[in-house]
Design a binder for this molecule. Structure first.
Ligand code: ADP
Ligand code: MG
Length: 697
């Protein structure tokens, strides 16, 4: 096997390739577009397109596609070949600047929430030069943003880029006040840790629920689950290791910095983490990672489950969003500095995040709300639906001292005074990190842990960036007018802590007492997607997001509708799948077993009336009743699902799903799971939890 360094990024049209293959002047122009967002002329675009095409064709590519992220949650592509007829009746490979910059996919089948008027059903894709083009299979993929003809965003990338821009503008204002004249750009970075399950392909193929919905809708608890915690960081099984190695290779070729891999808490559950990069690129890379994870699994006879809760009663999968803000001069603004002045700057950025998270709890919560993630948030392995911030004792101590002007152990003065005292360096202490916090400060970054494993990281980051931009804007507005900067910064930090200390919680987030306490503090607790999503249109949220030009009001309205539609559709598919499996697989299997029991009874009776049939009789009664109940409850579920079509308003549909359909699914499931525990394993039509969770050896 070749050296990783030799093939890392070999399928990416990255800076190195650009430099090698582009004329010096063209390269400079392109760099300006990438780094500073300068408009690209068509002649430069043409030159770049030709170089890209030549490079891709040499690597075996025959097609190109604009690669984008519509609101369905997955990526979309439409392949066009490079071929073009030549006069001699043969073909040449062509690719123009126009084709690179703009695409016109037939977009009418992507969700738009009414944004694309029917007379203009098309949308267009626009090249995002800040994320490198890459080759997947035989196709050159060009990362793009996806918009309507009225320039409304129809994707996740456009608002993310806008939010990064908003944060850049406001952070630069603040940094200037601190005298950072050399900083010209501020970007946010993310390292997403991705959890997933691997199950044997042949077992997966026997479960319609996994195939149609990504999760098991039925399944009794196995005798052994995760209670021993013996899987976590345990030895990785050879077959899984082979998968991981193969996966890493594929990701490395695509320039994705896959770094760590280990087993997770649940059996068959694993995690992959890349090294962090610019949020926009991290988002593209994460989408690509999820896709490649599934593809490579297939090659290994496995299926990679990215659903947030594939198995009831077993830990679900999340995605930890490690987020920080940095400058183009290489400074992480969430790292305490070495001088008192730098520390004041650090603390100001820190409280900007605290303020943002407190004021926009609802936006962060709804940014991770999906039907799948609803099963996870609040379950005992995942953070609750309440958002709070963990700072750690050391930092909490510093803030406390500033807030109350009380003595701080490290301070020269009686109390901690910014501009005078040096903060302690915060060592990240791995032993006492709070795993139960949804939003934790981990030394030089914040880790947002509420994301579901299948969520695009774009959604939470656009909200986080925007909310922090708003805090920074308010700070800059005050400080730009300041006549006593040091003093005003100090007061601003103190007042911000005072105003938002309710969001800080260093205790156990999984404790029920915390939920009560959070309520007393007035923190929001939006338990489901149906509860959370409508808050996107709350006045304060619309005001903030539109004022930073991250969304227009129309985009927000359409987005809320699409997200709720996704939720309703997902649950509806689950309900119909349950009805189908109940009628076609589960009841027939139970009936077969009943037949076997009945036959045994009559055979026993033929020998002697006195032979005991207690076992058979009890189970015949139990299972007959179960079949009746299941049939009746599946009928109810089917009618509820049908009723959904008669509700017009999307918010009411979502509420109906939450209040009627999901509880009815639970009722039906309980009967089936109880029956599974009794019926002959040979006759049970679905691979069991035990087989799925312990089947990969
Ligand atoms: P943990 O032990 O908390 O999981 P790691 O050091 O393994 O922490 O990092 C987890 C993720 O956080 C990785 O993807 C890593 O690249 C990312 N990360 C580290 N530093 C930063 C940073 N400054 N900004 C964003 N992400 C970061
Ligand atoms: Mg982590």
């Amino acid at each position: 096997m070749a050296n990783v360094a030799d093939y890392f990024g070999s399928m990416v049209f990255d800076d190195k390739v650009m430099k090698e293959r582009l004329d010096g002047k063209i390269y400079q122009k392109l760099r300006k577009t990438i780094d500073e967002g300068e408009q690209l002329s068509i002649s430069v675009a043409n030159a770049v397109a030709v170089a890209m095409k030549d490079w891709a064709v040499e690597k075996g590519a025959t097609h190109y596609t604009h690669w984008f992220q519509p609101l369905t949650g997955i990526t979309a592509e439409k392949h066009d070949s490079f071929i073009s007829p030549s006069p001699d009746g043969r073909v040449i490979m062509e690719f123009s600047g126009k084709e690179l910059i703009k695409g016109e996919p037939d977009a009418s089948s992507f969700p738009s929430g009414g944004l694309r008027a029917t007379f203009e059903a098309r949308g267009y894709t626009a090249w995002d030069p800040t994320s490198y083009a890459f080759i997947k299979g035989k196709t050159l993929c060009i990362p793009t943003a996806f918009c309507s003809y009225g320039s409304d965003a129809l994707d996740k990338k456009t608002p993310l880029l806008r939010s990064m821009q908003a944060l850049n503008i406001q952070a630069l204002r603040v940094l200037k006040l601190f005298g950072n004249e050399d900083v010209t750009k501020v970007v946010t970075s993310v390292g997403p840790e991705q959890e997933y399950f691997l199950v044997p392909r042949e077992l997966y193929a026997k479960r319609k629920d996994l195939i149609y919905t990504g999760r098991t809708l039925f399944g009794a608890r196995p005798p052994k689950g995760q209670e021993l915690d013996d899987h976590y960081f345990g030895t990785i099984k050879p077959r899984v290791l082979a998968y991981m190695e193969d996966l890493n290779d594929e990701l490395w070729k695509l320039g994705i910095l896959a770094k760590t891999q280990h087993n997770e808490v649940a059996p068959a559950q694993h995690e992959l983490a890349p090294i962090y990069t610019t949020t926009n690129v991290a988002t593209d890379n994460n989408q690509l990672t999820m896709e490649i994870m599934q593809k490579v699994a297939e090659k290994h006879g496995l299926v990679c489950l990215l659903h947030e809760k594939p198995f009831k009663g077993v830990n679900g999968s999340g995605k930890h969003n490690n987020w920080s803000i940095g400058t183009n001069t290489g400074v992480n603004l969430l790292t305490p500095g070495e001088t008192p002045f730098e520390n004041a700057q650090f603390l100001l950025f820190l409280v900007a995040v605290i303020k943002a998270v407190d004021e926009y709890q609802d936006l962060l919560r709804l940014s991770v709300a999906t039907a799948g993630n609803d099963h996870r948030l609040g379950a005992n392995e995942a953070p609750p639906a309440v958002i709070s911030i963990f700072l750690g004792d050391e930092l909490a101590g510093v803030l406390d001292a500033i807030e109350n002007e009380t003595e701080y152990a490290g301070a020269k003065q009686k109390y901690m005074k910014l501009g005078v005292d040096v903060l302690p360096q915060f060592r990240r202490d791995t032993t006492d990190r709070n795993r139960t916090s949804p939003f934790a400060f981990t030394g030089n970054k914040f880790e947002f842990r509420m994301l579901g494993s299948s969520n695009s990281i774009a959604c939470c980051n656009m909200m986080l960036n925007s909310a922090v931009a708003e805090s920074l804007k308010q700070f800059a507005d005050i400080l730009e007018k300041s006549e006593d900067f040091e003093n005003d910064v100090h007061n601003l930090i103190r007042d911000t802590i005072k105003a938002h200390e309710r969001i800080i919680f260093n205790g156990n987030g999984y404790d029920d007492a915390w939920i009560e306490e959070a309520e007393k503090r007035g923190l929001s607790n939006l338990k489901t997607t149906a509860d959370a999503m409508p808050h996107l249109l709350d006045e304060k949220n619309v005001k903030m997001l539109t004022s930073h030009k991250v969304f227009t009001e129309a985009e927000l309205e359409s987005r809320m509708e699409i997200m709720l539609e996704n939720y309703v559709k997902q649950v509806n598919i689950e309900a119909l799948t349950m009805v189908d499996m109940t009628g076609k697989q589960i009841i027939p299997a139970i009936e077969t077993y009943l037949g076997k029991l009945l036959k045994n009874v009559s055979m026993k009776k033929a020998i002697s009336e006195n032979i005991s049939c207690a076992y058979e009789t009890a189970n015949i009664e139990k299972l007959s009743a179960a079949c009746d109940e299941m049939s009746a409850n599946a009928g109810i579920l089917e009618r509820l699902a049908d009723h959904l079509n008669h509700i017009d308003d999307i918010v009411e549909q979502a509420n109906f799903v939450r209040d009627e359909i999901l509880p009815q699914m639970e009722t039906l499931r309980d009967y089936a799971d109880a029956a599974e525990a009794v019926v002959d394993a040979e006759l049970w039509p679905l691979p069991t939890y035990g087989e799925l969770l312990f089947g990969v050896r």
